[in-house]
Ligand binder design. Structure first.
Ligand code: NAD
Length: 489
């Protein structure tokens, strides 16, 4: 039987409403579930990027001249198409990324929610007007920027593109998407469904590739704004390069999220939340729990976490990690921590899934008695691994959280309002949870971290994205020429 995936054996660029094969320079794409080759992806040239930019430029005058209410009509239809094709989009995400079916479905559902937010923009984006002087008004209109770009990572092939596409185009921009070259398939269906929903050609384009095409995006003089989501190393490169070319940029980076657990925390809820946070999406999400800082006597919670971790089964309730290299990197962190004196309570190394021996699996891993100086405590492991650091006081725990260079998320598990408030106030992170393991702020609240987890002023979603994807035009009007002359005349 021909599945959706079997039609996607050759990924193409999408320029001016048409799929194009590219210059012949291609890379193989593998499913991390079993290591099988599933497609190839173009490694595009700067000339191919330029063709997409010219298509976007040509589409901009007509698209941006429509009212916001007219533009979101396309997104209403697109939202229905996402819902209609939910299973197919789930399948593509599952196979190309390796996350479980349920996690892939949740990702598609989140894309639907993100599109719904864009549909609501006409209710939110009201222009401002005020009589600033007798007979004189100032009005502030939000205008689109023009051609913009969105560069995305491998870990959410469907959801992260939806952090930017619906809002940017609803607000009147024309977009170039640069998918991750290791998961380029979900974007194909996104393009097809946007076209089916009635999006004019050129408003949304895809240019595939890696480092070279990202650099070309940062350099292209006609691209006005760049959003980036990925590792901190590349976020810094993109932010510096795009802004040095005088572009607006928001660049989200990596994470090392600390969950502070106090002895009074609800045992079952805390243990299941911490394990779900560290193992969901195989730990490959920027909101995953990486370090649990246990304050004082938390052995009862750690024991319960071990029970919860042992219930998580690779190939069933736990997906694969993205590549052989990722599996090796994650396992190396565990081995080095163990050699330095940490205790591996649940060991996910050498996980093999029967029938999928070629897949890249790491089982859930709980490492206790980690010290803050170990690499596993400081660096982004990006796998289903939780490091437990023991402390005597809440103050020490907050100091450990604050010392991380990252600042995406932090959380506290406690039944004490005072302790929770202390962490809410003092955590050095953009997104904080109280008794929540994955504190993603849902729309209309914006998503974005602090410190090395984000470069740039705006957050990437929600109301903050309105600021990022538009520029203000301030118009001063004297309606009645006979109005008295004053200092504004
Ligand atoms: P990555 O930084 O390797 O790649 C991201 C994008 O940058 C891809 O499109 C890739 O093609 C491109 N790229 C890679 N190397 C480049 C280079 N040297 N120069 C220019 N472009 C380059 O990230 P990844 O491995 O795809 O994704 C995982 C990372 O993304 C993790 O660090 C994770 O924490 C982070 N992430 C952060 C958030 C957030 O909201 N802060 C969300 C999702 C993922």
């Amino acid at each position: 039987m021909e599945t959706t995936l079997s039609k996607l054996t050759e990924t193409r660029n999408f320029i001016n409403g048409v799929f194009v094969s590219g210059n012949g320079n291609r890379m193989d794409v593998y499913s991390p579930l079993d290591g099988q080759k599933i497609s190839t992806v173009p490694l595009s040239s700067p000339q191919e990027l330029d063709a997409a930019v010219q298509a976007a430029r040509a589409a901009f005058p007509e698209w941006s001249s429509r009212t916001l209410k007219e533009r979101v009509q396309v997104l209403y239809k697109y939202r229905e198409l996402l819902a209609k094709h939910r299973d197919e989009l789930t399948e593509i995400c599952h196979i190309e990324n390796g996350k479980t079916w349920g996690e892939s479905q949740a990702e598609v559902d989140k894309s639907i929610e993100l599109t719904e937010f864009a549909c609501s923009l006409p209710q939110i984006v009201s222009n401002e007007i005020q009589e600033v002087s007798r007979g004189v008004e100032v009005r502030l209109d939000r205008k689109p920027l023009g051609v913009v770009a969105s560069i995305v990572p491998f870990n959410f092939p469907n959801m992260v593109p939806h952090w930017t596409i619906p809002n940017a185009i609803a607000l009147g921009n024309c977009m170039i998407l640069k998918p991750s070259e290791v998961v380029p398939l979900s974007s194909i269906r996104i393009a097809e469904l946007l076209k089916e929903a009635g999006l004019p050609d050129g408003v949304f384009n895809i240019v595939n590739g890696g480092k070279e095409i990202v650099e070309s995006i940062c350099d292209h003089p006609e691209i006005k704004a760049v959003s980036f989501v990925g590792s901190t190393k590349v976020a810094k490169i993109v932010y510096q390069r795009a802004t040095s070319n005088l572009k607006r940029c928001v660049a989200l980076g990596g994470a090392k999220n600390h969950l502070i657990v106090l002895p009074d925390a609800h045992e079952e809820m805390t243990a299941s939340n911490v394990i779900a946070s560290m193992s969901g999406c195989a730990g490959q999400r920027c909101m995953a729990a990486a370090v649990m800082v246990g304050v004082d006597k938390v052995d009862h919670i750690v024991n319960r976490m071990v029970e919860e971790a042992n219930k998580v089964k690779p190939g069933d309730t736990l997906g694969s990690v993205i590549s052989k290299e990722a599996k090796e990197r994650i396992e190396k962190y565990i081995t080095e921590a163990e050699a330095a004196g940490a205790k591996v309570l649940v060991d996910g190394r050498n996980a093999v899934v029967k029938g999928k021996e070629g897949g890249y699996y790491v089982g859930p891993t709980v490492v206790d008695h980690v010290t803050p100086d170990m690499a596993i405590a400081k660096e982004e492991v990006f796998g289903p691994v939780i490091s437990i650091i023991r402390t005597k006081s809440l103050d020490d725990a907050i100091t450990i959280e604050n010392s991380s260079g990252y600042g995406n998320a932090a959380a506290v598990f406690t039944q004490s309002g005072g302790a929770a408030k202390e962490v809410m106030e003092r955590a050095s992170a953009g997104m904080v949870g109280v008794n929540i393991g994955v504190p993603v702020p849902r729309e209309p609240f914006p998503f974005g971290g602090w410190n090395d987890s984000k470069f740039g002023v705006c957050d990437i979603t929600g109301k903050s994205s309105i600021e990022f994807w538009t520029q203000n035009k301030k118009t001063t009007v004297k309606w009645n020429p006979e109005a008295r002359t004053n200092w504004m005349s």
